[in-house]
Design a protein around this ligand. Sequence first.
Ligand SMILES: C[S@@+](CC[C@H](N)C(=O)[O-])C[C@H]1O[C@@H](n2cnc3c(N)ncnc32)[C@H](O)[C@@H]1O
Length: 248
Amino acid sequence: MMEWAERVSTELSLQQVARNKRSIEKMHAEESADLLICLKERLEFYPLGKSEPFFFHPNSAAYRTKRPLEKDPLIVVSNLKSGDSFLDCTLGLASDALVASQRVGDGGRVIGCESHPILSYVVQQGLKQYSETPHLMDAMRRIEVVASDAVSFLQKLESDSIDVVYMDPMFTEEIAEATNFTALKGLADSGQLTEQWVTEAKRVARKSIVLKAHFRSHDFEQFGFVRRVRPNTKFHYGVISLEQENNF
Ligand SMILES: C[S@@+](CC[C@H](N)C(=O)[O-])C[C@H]1O[C@@H](n2cnc3c(N)ncnc32)[C@H](O)[C@@H]1O
């Protein structure tokens, strides 16, 4: 564990300190810093002043991947198929990326881009180490995590190089029952979609660009996504289908 802590501190250029059985509260007070705790089975991130950690777990992907994947709304809307490539511009906890990874299978490729350096590191480690959902093992190991802002990363990619480009920025509206994201609240990049982001996504994607946003969001209309209304849900998916554009 000490070796692991050493490696983490080197990779992230963070100072390494011994815990010495101190509580998180005491460590926060004494170190005056965010804490990344190396435990036997996972990394836990405690930003200064927070008592709840952020750590990797498969979240909704654990049950979504037990249902028929071809009926999952993200798969339906994106038309993602086995063997496809998928870029998740806003990886977060990687639940959506995991569903996509399960769908594309061995012959496919999934890249997850996350701008928050610690979140992306914690999720990257989790995807490598997590072993409590055996049916998702391959899907987890397949995801390539990139710590970068989505637009800068898209700019480095060739045109028409990825089948589906996906974005799920933080909601600006509070969703009371979305407890899965409480750990991300206040930590994550709250940046919103821009023209440049959509333009780059259109250049890179072959099949479709998919946006997930709050049902009251105007981003669908503003950026030209066709909204797929899902009755009784707080978030909608929208799609820009490039296959259709190419077919006409
Ligand atoms: C709503 S969460 C995504 C949740 C994710 N779809 C999942 O299934 O867990 C949005 C995430 O995208 C990240 N993010 C926001 N803007 C970004 C950007 N421009 N580039 C890369 N990551 C971004 C945030 O830090 C946050 O972790």
